[in-house]
Write a protein that binds this ligand. Structure first.
Ligand SMILES: [Zn+2]
Ligand SMILES: [Zn+2]
Length: 117
């Protein structure tokens, strides 16, 4: 689990106790689930794990995606399962920011035990 995510959870929990706002408990749990889900994303080639601040850019690219209508927007591609929020292009391939290798977007999700995503 990324350190900044843990920090945020701890801060929010302390805030929650202080304010006794039980309604926030659900969003806190949701954040735990998000973090756990994010932890299972890694580069299939080198094992690099993108953080919440990682950004991919929708740009013209050759192999293997062969996309020539990049809209230039930057976003975290794992928040949208590879779909560009700018032009709605569904990216089938995702480049690693550590090793530079392309891999199928679906291959970035580490196999889960039990539930199928
Ligand atoms: Zn785009
Ligand atoms: Zn990599």
């Amino acid at each position: 689990m990324p350190l900044d995510a843990i920090n945020e959870i701890v801060l929010r929990f302390l805030d929650l106790k202080r304010g006794d706002r039980t309604g926030d408990l659900e969003s806190l749990l949701e954040r735990f689930r998000d973090t756990a889900r994010a932890q299972r994303i890694r580069c299939p080639t080198c094992g690099w794990q993108p953080g919440t601040g990682s950004r991919w850019f929708c740009a013209d690219t050759g192999a293997p995606e062969y996309f020539s209508a990049g809209c230039g927007i930057g976003w975290n591609t794992f928040e949208t399962r590879g779909r560009c929020p700018g032009c709605d292009h569904q990216w089938r391939w995702t480049a690693c920011q550590a090793c530079g290798a392309w891999a199928r977007h679906d291959d970035w999700y580490a196999p889960e035990d039990g539930d199928e995503g």
